[in-house]
Design a protein around this ligand. Structure first.
Ligand SMILES: [Zn+2]
Length: 376
């Protein structure tokens, strides 16, 4: 057992280090200084180049042998934006709330976990996987740490990601999976010309309209017990010309699909390509998969996290797959993963703030999770 850590104090010190993605340096120094006296071995490494990097990542580990339980998180934050009531990188407690960029997403969550580590003795191996690029493209973030771990044969048995998943109150929602996301850009070609001489042009707009109708008619699925139905949304429509007397040479359709685990990104791209070819022959489809859908199958981690929450709050959490994605989309390749952390109402907003009381409660929940995951 080591000296207690006040999670609010540690969260404040992390907030005081500005760390907009890609993060490195001082904010990792603060985390390392907190973990080292707790008996963790720390590995820090910087990966990548501008503009997505360089990014710093940290892997900390304590104990040895199995089972191996890991906590994952990120020290980077989204840009603060203008109009805060107080400086976003000067932590301030007002009305029982700790204010600052990262107070919710997710420096306080990391601080709560570190404070829990200071209080708990455990068997097996306890690790922290912390990246400086979760809010950005993640190219040199969690996937880079996973490569580093794979090269050393390090593979946890379960991972808790400390993302802020609670909604109305601490402990009401745990994320057991996330939807996938894919963006696509469809170019419908035409031949530009004068509106007065349409026979010398080929207007792509009617074909684009037919394609949109065909896209809207696609029924992907009805969802399942764990996920809501997959959804295709047209997010932009434009042509290559805005002039009133010009038939445009091309029309561009942009769309996003949020999809459940009944779908795969590559199959969806194929489906949209076929649909485009039928409704608008010659159309070109470009696509980028942000992440595949994943679901952690029911298992011990559900029970461990639910029981720890119930012991603190008196209520069982709801197991959900709603909302945006997390680095669980990468980590699920290693082992079962769930996301659980602070109430997320102010994440990414102006005046981001976490209740001081919630940060202390979260520390107690995390301590309970460590005890149950690594009993002994
Ligand atoms: Zn986050």
């Amino acid at each position: 057992m080591t000296a207690a850590i006040d999670p609010v104090d540690l969260a404040s010190r992390l907030i005081a280090c500005p760390s907009v993605t890609p993060a490195r340096g001082a904010v990792f120094d603060v985390l390392e200084a907190a973990l080292t006296p707790l008996g963790f071995t720390i590995h820090r490494f910087v990966a990548g180049e501008a503009p997505d990097g360089p990014v710093e990542n940290l892997f900390a580990t304590r104990g040895s042998g199995g089972p191996h339980f890991a906590f994952a998180g990120h020290l980077d934050v989204v840009p603060p934006g203008e109009g805060w009531a107080s400086d976003p990188f000067t932590p301030e407690i007002r009305g029982g709330l700790l204010h600052g960029r990262g107070a919710v997403d997710m420096k306080s969550d990391i601080a709560a976990f570190v404070a829990a580590c200071a209080e708990v003795e455990h068997k097996g191996t306890l690790s922290l996987i912390v990246t400086g690029d979760e809010e950005g493209p993640a190219t040199y973030g969690t996937p880079a740490i996973m490569d580093w771990m794979a090269a050393r044969g390090i593979r946890p048995d379960m991972i808790l990601i400390g993302e802020p998943t609670s909604e109305d109150r601490l402990g009401d929602v745990v994320k057991i999976g996330r939807r996938g996301s894919v963006n696509m850009w469809i170019t419908v070609p035409g031949v530009q010309g004068h509106v007065a001489y349409p026979h010398r042009a080929d207007n792509p707009v009617p074909r684009a309209a037919r394609l949109i109708e065909a896209l809207e008619a696609i029924h992907l699925d009805d969802g399942n017990e764990a996920f809501q139905p997959s959804n295709l949304e047209i997010t932009a429509l434009e042509t290559s010309s805005k002039a009133t007397n010009v038939i445009p040479g091309a029309a561009l359709i942009q769309l996003n699909i949020r999809f459940n685990n009944l779908q795969r990104g590559t199959d969806l791209i194929e489906l949209i390509r076929r649909t485009a070819e039928e409704a608008a022959p010659g159309a070109a489809v470009e696509a980028k998969i942000s992440g595949e859908a994943f679901l952690t199958p029911p298992g011990p981690i559900y029970e461990i996290v639910s029981a720890a929450i119930e012991a603190e709050t008196g209520e069982k959490p709801r197991l959900s797959t709603h909302g945006g994605t997390s680095d669980g989309r990468f980590l699920i390749a290693l082992c079962p993963v769930v996301d659980f952390g602070l109430p997320n109402a102010t994440m990414h907003k102006l005046d981001e703030a976490a209740a001081v009381e919630d940060i202390h409660s979260l520390k107690r929940i995390y301590a309970q999770v460590i005890k149950a995951a690594l009993p002994g």
